[in-house]
Each structure stands twice: as structure tokens, then as C-alpha cells.
Design a protein. Structure first.
Length: 468
């Protein structure tokens, strides 16, 4: 039986990686689309200012993408180091989504060098194709990781092998077409566009307040305001449809968000735990190579609740002789804590509503042509809001699936590696310091490039000498 300290330290370390990941992924996702749009406008309109705008935002994109790449690789390595049984359990299913995720990252990474240093070497059409390839790679990467995340909340297309105790992929099309994963992808994609729009809006407003880089700032502010308004309206209109998906976990999450009592759910889960104990008992016999038809039929009827029986592993190694008190502990642990989800959801809504008002005002000012310092100041001060809304949404999604790693199948405490508490504490501290350093470096570089403005890109009246 794994100690509570091992479980909590493993969760803390993965949370550290996830926080870093979701600081930069939404930003780079949205910026990749903006870069492609900006350069497309340059190529088809011939207005050189859009080339310089693309170059400027491209440098800030590169900073975020570097941190995105690092956090993605390290976070994935956590599956093998800290969550070894989880990796064993879902490896057959996760192979394709993670392949798509990392393929997209490497596609974007390979194009980034050409994007940054190929302005004088590539033709206009070729360079534009590279920029769009980066955007496609970022979106493909995000899609792959969201398919994996969504599958954990709605596991489809796989079956438990009773001998190896791991899920085996049966239907890849069900994994890729998972409706809950697609709902999460659409909602998170739009949220990423909002983050990028808020980022560009804030920096552009800063320049306008300082009366610097006014042509770049005015055009960037206009584009960011339009993208931000369209994205935040779409995000709020569709909502997070994944919360309303089928399955006990989604119902529990929805009840917690709305502050509703879970008495009926707890009573149902008490029954499922009893049935899960039965499934676990039969599973032990099947692992002894017993293949009687009636035994197989009994397991087939009870296996849907096997995960609920495994909830008891948190308190004792032997599930079959759990005490009534331990069963009640498992019942209480079978639903997420409602308070944090209730307020997290309202924080997300509040941040989204404030952003909607900001983008409406920014678009109105762009249309009328007014220039008000108060709006630009509000745009700068609102910089944290998109991340706050995005982080709140991800907290609701991930905390709301507690206590499951894989919904209704694999509890969190069953997926961890058997590591020493001291080793986990040391690695958590080391990763924390490393990430703090990387984050500080990213902020310093971003502030440096903002301070330089267009000083490091081509002068406003100089056209690049493209290769024919």
C-alpha cells in the first residue's frame, strides 16, 4: 500500500509541471494563429508593416514555445518516473494521442528556426507556408494532448486484460472521436485564443500609452481585440460541454460546481463499491487461470465497478475484507470536494465576463476611432485575466475528476510509482527551482524584447531581400 506522502508529493510534482505547461501552451497556441494571420495579410496585401509586426510577435512566440517544449517533454517523462503503474495501465491507449502531441511539437519546432532566420532566405510563399506549418503543428500537438486528457475522463475503446492488469486498445476510432475529448479541445482551443489576444492587447496598449511603436501597436491592438471578442463569446456560448457529458464523474463534477448535495450519488457509489469488491474477488480467481464460463460471466457483469473496489486500496491492501468504516471512507472519497470547484467555476466566469467587457470596449474604440488612456491602462492591467480564466477552467476539469486518474477505473493512489518520500521531496524542490529559473528567464527575455520594440527587426521602409 502506497503512503499518503508518496501520493501527495507525486501529485504536487505533476501539478508543478502542469502549471508551467498551461502558462505557455495557451499563449503559443493563440499566437501561432495570429502570426499566420499577420503574415498572410502581409503577403497578400503587400503592406510591409505586417511583416515587421509578424517578426516582433514571432520573437515573443519563440520564448513561450521554448518553455512549452521543455514543460511538455518533462511532464510526459513523469508518467514513467512518478506514475509507473498508470503508464503501464494506459500505455496501449496513450501511444497514439501522445504521438500526435509530440509530432505536432516537433513539426512546430522544426519550422521555428526557418521562421525566425529565414526572412532573407526564403520566398514569401515559402516563409508563409512555414508559419502556417508552425500553427498547424501547435494545434496538432494540443489536439493530441487533449485527446489523452479527455480519454482519462471518458475512457472508451479499450478493455481490461485480466492477466496483465492493463487496458488494451480495441478501437482507435473511438479514442480519436471521443465526444468529451472534442468538447474539451474546442473549449480549451478558444481559451488559448483568448489568452493570446489578451497578451497582444496588453503589450500593444502599453506601447500606445508610451506613444511608442504606434503603427505596430495600433494594428496589433485592433487584431487582438477582434480575435479576443470572437473567441471569448464563442467560449462562453458553447461552455465546457465536457462537464455535461455522460458518466458518473461528470455528474459528480456538475453537482459540485453547482453546490448541490451528493447524497444520492454517495448512496449509489456505496453500492458500486460493494459490487467493485465482488469484481476484485473474481479478478483474483481469473488471474489464477480459472476460465469457467460462469466466472467469466460474473466478472463481465461486475467489472464496470472494479475501480470503485480499488478505491479501498488507499486504506488497506486487501480489498476483500475491508471494514464498514473503510468502505465509508471510500464512499466519501469517491466524489470531488465541492467548495473549491464551486468557487473555481465562479472565478472562471467572472474573469471571462471582465474579458468580454474589455474586448467589447476595445472593438468599440477601434470602430469609432477614439483613443482613451483609461482603456489602454485597463488592457494592461487585465493581462493576468486570460490566464486566470484558463487556469480556473483547467482546475475545474482536473480537480473535478478526483479521485480518478482514469474515470471510474483507476484511482489516483493506484497509479503512483513506489518511490521514497525523501527522493520525491528532493526532486520536487529541484524541479521547482528549475522551473522558477526558467520562468524568470522567460519574463526577462519578454520584457527585453518589449523594451526593444521593433529595433531588432527590419526598418519600416526596408523590404526584405527574398530569394526568388
Amino acid at each position: 500500500m502506497i503512503s499518503e506522502a508518496v501520493v501527495e508529493l507525486s501529485r504536487a510534482q505533476f501539478a508543478l509541471h502542469a502549471v508551467q505547461y498551461f502558462l505557455f501552451v495557451p499563449l503559443t497556441l493563440g499566437l501561432s494563429l495570429l502570426l499566420a494571420a499577420m503574415e498572410s495579410w502581409f503577403v497578400f496585401s503587400g503592406q510591409g508593416v505586417y511583416q515587421r509586426i509578424t517578426q516582433f510577435w514571432g520573437k515573443l512566440f519563440a520564448i513561450g514555445f521554448g518553455l512549452n517544449m521543455a514543460s511538455s517533454l518533462v511532464m510526459a517523462s513523469q508518467f514513467g518516473t512518478h506514475w509507473s503503474y498508470f503508464a503501464h495501465y494506459v500505455g496501449d491507449v496513450f501511444a497514439l494521442p501522445l504521438l500526435l502531441g509530440f509530432a505536432g511539437l516537433f513539426i512546430a519546432a522544426n519550422g521555428l528556426g526557418w521562421f525566425l532566420f529565414g526572412w532573407q532566405r526564403l520566398g514569401k510563399g515559402t516563409h508563409l507556408a512555414v508559419t502556417w506549418l508552425i500553427a498547424i503543428g501547435c494545434h496538432l500537438s494540443f489536439f493530441g494532448f487533449l485527446i489523452a486528457s479527455g480519454w482519462m475522463q471518458n475512457p472508451v475503446g479499450a478493455e481490461l486484460n485480466t492477466q496483465t492488469l492493463r487496458l488494451e486498445l480495441l478501437d482507435v476510432s473511438l479514442v480519436l472521436s471521443n465526444p468529451l475529448a472534442w468538447a474539451k479541445f474546442a473549449h480549451s482551443l478558444l481559451a488559448g485564443y483568448v489568452v493570446a489576444a489578451g497578451f497582444v492587447l496588453a503589450i500593444s496598449a502599453y506601447y500606445l500609452l508610451k506613444q511608442r511603436e504606434t503603427e505596430l501597436a495600433q494594428r496589433s491592438y485592433r487584431m487582438a481585440a477582434a480575435l479576443g471578442l470572437a473567441s471569448v463569446i464563442a467560449t462562453m456560448a458553447i461552455g465546457d460541454a465536457s462537464v455535461y457529458g455522460a458518466g458518473a464523474m461528470q455528474h459528480n463534477k456538475l453537482a459540485a460546481i453547482n453546490g448541490l448535495p451528493n447524497d444520492a450519488t454517495l448512496a449509489q457509489n456505496r453500492q458500486r463499491i460493494g459490487n467493485g469488491i465482488k469484481a476484485y474477488t473474481i479478478l483474483q480467481e481469473l488471474r489464477d487461470d480459472k476460465t469457467e464460463p460462469e466466472l467469466l460471466a460474473a466478472f463481465a457483469a461486475a467489472k464496470v465497478d472494479l475501480g470503485y473496489g480499488l478505491l479501498l486500496k488507499r486504506w488497506r491492501e486487501s480489498v476483500t475484507d475491508a471494514s464498514p468504516a473503510q468502505i465509508e471512507q471510500a464512499v466519501s472519497a469517491s466524489v470531488p470536494a465541492s467548495g473549491r470547484l464551486y468557487w473555481g467555476y465562479r472565478l472562471m466566469i467572472a474573469a471571462g465576463a471582465l474579458l468580454a467587457l474589455l474586448f467589447v470596449a476595445a472593438n468599440a474604440v477601434n470602430i469609432v476611432g477614439w483613443r482613451h488612456a483609461w482603456l489602454f491602462k485597463a488592457s494592461v492591467y487585465a493581462l493576468p485575466l486570460p490566464w486566470l480564466a484558463s487556469a480556473s477552467g483547467w482546475f475545474i476539469s482536473e480537480f473535478g475528476r478526483q479521485p480518478w486518474l482514469v474515470a471510474d477505473m483507476l484511482p489516483i493512489w493506484q497509479g503512483v510509482s513506489t518511490l521514497a518520500v525523501a527522493d520525491l521531496a528532493v526532486s520536487l524542490a529541484a524541479y521547482g527551482l528549475t522551473y522558477a529559473g526558467l520562468l524568470a528567464l522567460a519574463v526577462m527575455l519578454t520584457l527585453k524584447f518589449i523594451g526593444q520594440g521593433c529595433a531588432t527587426v527590419l526598418p519600416i521602409n526596408q523590404e526584405p531581400s527574398y530569394v526568388a
